[in-house]
Structures are given as C-alpha cells and as structure tokens.
Design a protein around this ligand. Structure first.
Ligand code: BGC
Length: 246
C-alpha cells in the first residue's frame, strides 16, 4: 500500500509516496522551501502543491514540528503562534481533498527508525531524539510508540534543553563539535537520570555519518547509543506509515 508522506520542517516541506510495507520511497522526493511566514494557511498551500506535484488522490500522512493531539496542534515553539489550536488534520484534508493524518515530526521519524532504520527490532524502552532547530523525542516500549513526549523541553541550565543543546544553538553560538557534545552529554545524562532507556537513537541533521564521527567519541550513555540512518527521509516514511496504520 502506498501513502503520500509529507514532512513539514523549518526550512523545507518535503514529500514522497511511500510503500509502507517496505519503507521505500516509490518516487523521487519533492521539496519546497518553507514559506517565510509559515502560518497554517501558507503551509497548507505548499502541502497542496506537493499533492498536486504527485497528482495524489489517496491517503496522506503529514508531520508538524509541534505537539499534536487528536488532530489539533497544541504547541508552537519553533513555528508560528497561529498554529496553536489549529485543527490541522481538518485544514489539510479540506485543502487537499484527501484524508490527511498528522503526527509530530519526532514521533514520525522515530517510527521510521524502529521499522526500517537504526532502531529496527529494538525492544525494551527506546528513545529517539531528533536534534535540529529544536530537540524532539519519540518514546517506544517494545516497538510501540508512546506518543506526544516533548523531551526537548526538559529543563536544563534553567531553560528548555533545546535552547542549550540543539543543532541550531551549536551553529548560533559557534560551538565546536566538542563543546556542543559536552552540552548534549549533559542532556543525555538528564534523560538517563529521569528514565532508564535501553536504547537511545540520535536523529535529525546531526545524525549524518560525516557529523557523527566528529562528536560521537565525546558521548557516553548507559543505554545502547545509536545514530539514525534514514535522516532526510525519516519524517516522510514515518508519517506515511502512521497514516496507513491509523
Ligand atoms: C517541538 C517538538 C518537535 C521538536 C523537533 C520542538 O521544539 O516542541 O514538538 O518535535 O521541536 O522539531
């Protein structure tokens, strides 16, 4: 079965049809830059353009970088404040004429990792932590998603951890990989103080192999530490699978 997966990010909105049995994209990924204002209406317009690009008529799974509860967006830390309480599934379904299921971006990328990536077959308590503009999290127990965790907002140094240890902060503050890793280690320590994960998978932009080799030597966890392998496609694949199964 094929589902169109769409991943709404801070810089780009990307889509591709996905075979949800194998996790493979069945056509080349199509990307449109995220509009400057990034309001619900302008993003919905871009989603429509992606749907039209593939001439898609079927089911759609879509991510947003915010908490989603029963089709409503509940938070807006890195997106426009107008998103709060937006009935995003209704908005996108009406705009595209297709059934759209919406899921948090980290939950989606985590699903892809557990099904087809670095977390494939991982049992016990698994945390997928995606590090980019913000820090997002997905929690699994025996491969079942416990949705809606927001571990990027754990308090660290008096504020949300993502302000201290995200990739955006690394770039903004001009931190070396070693200095950023020292911050990220504090974040991982905090997670392991509060929870007892068996496996932690690091995803997002920092999981690219060429980057991992610059900082992984500075990290240590009690949990088995893994780095995601699907990177750019994880959100698309996970959103499609979630939509196909819900
Ligand atoms: C948001 C999360 C999101 C993460 C990664 C955080 O600021 O609160 O919902 O998963 O950024 O985009």
């Amino acid at each position: 079965m094929e589902v169109l997966g769409i991943d709404i990010g801070g810089t780009g909105i990307k889509g591709a049809p996905v075979n949800i049995k194998t996790g493979e994209l069945t056509a080349e990924r199509f990307r449109i830059p995220t509009p400057e204002d990034a309001t619900p209406q302008s993003i919905a317009q871009v989603v429509l353009e992606i749907v039209e690009h593939f001439n898609w008529k079927g089911m759609i799974g879509c991510t947003v970088p915010a908490r989603v509860e029963h089709g409503l967006v509940r938070t807006a830390t890195n997106i426009h404040a107008l998103w709060i309480d937006t009935p995003v599934e209704k908005l996108l379904s009406e705009k595209t004429g297709c059934k759209v299921t919406v899921i948090n971006d980290a939950d989606a990328a985590g699903i892809a990792s557990i099904k087809f990536g670095a977390g494939m077959g991982s049992n016990g308590l698994v945390f997928f932590i995606t590090v980019g503009t913000g820090i997002g999290s997905a929690m699994f127990y025996n491969q079942v998603l416990i949705p809606g965790t927001e571990l990027g907002h754990l308090r660290l140094k008096g504020d949300a951890a993502e302000l201290y240890a995200s990739d955006r902060t690394r770039v903004k503050e001009g931190l070396s990989w070693k200095r950023w890793a020292a911050r990220f280690q504090k974040y991982l320590d905090r997670i392991e103080f509060l929870f007892a994960p068996d496996t932690i998978i690091i995803g997002g932009g920092v999981s690219r192999a060429s980057k991992v080799e610059l900082y992984s030597k500075y990290l240590s966890t009690r949990a088995n530490l893994q780095f995601a392998t699907l990177e750019n496609e994880a959100g698309i694949i996970g959103a499609a699978c979630f939509a196909g199964e819900n």
